[in-house]
Design a binder for this molecule. Structure first.
Ligand code: B16
Ligand code: MG
Length: 213
């Protein structure tokens, strides 16, 4: 049995729900007449729903009340959940599925550390419900990435020392969170790669099986 554990981010690492987040935010931003593009969307990776809205509203020409903001995040989440309903196990790539099984057979403890409150729904849709040893997600935390809370919660749930945890992230905010938790941070895709704080840049998801034996 390996002493080390792997904590995977969800959106943008295990599956590409980041494109659905983009579509749902884009629909809201267009309705409100606020400019929004994929570059701005990159800043939403790993951050909470409300913090994402605040980033989008930086370009708004008026202020919104807290009540309006709550309504906007609810509207966005409803659009997002409709898009998630179209997901199936076919949306989990062979590369990710095979690599996860290889790492499990090597004895790694594996957990999810995601800011998303939709984590369990997504894992069910892609056929990974029950696969991980623990899930720490947006429903467990009060502060989202770059705060280390979600990764510390994951380590606690799998009973591991943070120093024995390796985090896989696509977001710079997630790499910051992993380092603040005292963990090793591997960057994959997104603004995580080359952000300067990561311990290692992965070439692909499958590269994990080469790096971790
Ligand atoms: P929800 P991760 C994050 O998931 C997403 O990257 C981020 O874009 C999103 O705002 C956040 O979850 C909250 O998601 O609205 O579903 O609760 O990358 O930490 O797995
Ligand atoms: Mg992510």
């Amino acid at each position: 049995m390996q002493t080390k554990a792997i904590i995977f981010d969800l959106d943008g690492v295990i599956c590409f729900t980041d494109r659905f987040h983009y579509q749902a935010w884009k629909q809201l931003a267009d309705r409100l007449g606020i400019y929004f593009d994929e570059k701005i969307n990159d800043r939403l990776r790993g951050v909470s729903r409300m913090a994402s809205l605040e980033i989008i509203l930086e370009r708004a020409d008026r202020a919104y009340t807290q009540e309006e903001k709550e309504a906007f995040t609810t509207e966005k989440n409803e659009t997002y959940r409709e898009l998630l309903k179209n997901m199936s196990p076919a949306d989990l790539s062979d590369e990710v599925r095979e690599t996860l099984h290889t790492l499990k057979s090597r004895g790694y403890t594996m957990a999810i550390g995601s800011s998303s409150k939709n984590t369990k729904f997504i894992l069910e849709r892609i056929g990974l419900a029950g696969f991980f040893d623990a899930i720490a997600d947006g429903t467990d935390i009060t502060r989202s990435k770059p705060d280390p809370e979600v990764f510390l919660k994951a380590a606690e749930k799998i009973n591991k020392d943070p120093a024995d945890c390796i985090v896989i992230e696509d977001a710079k905010a997630g790499i910051q969170a992993a380092k603040a938790a005292g963990m090793t941070a591997f960057a994959l895709f997104g603004d995580a790669r080359g952000c300067g704080l990561e311990d290692y840049d992965l070439l692909s998801f499958a590269d994990l099986a080469n790096v971790l034996n």
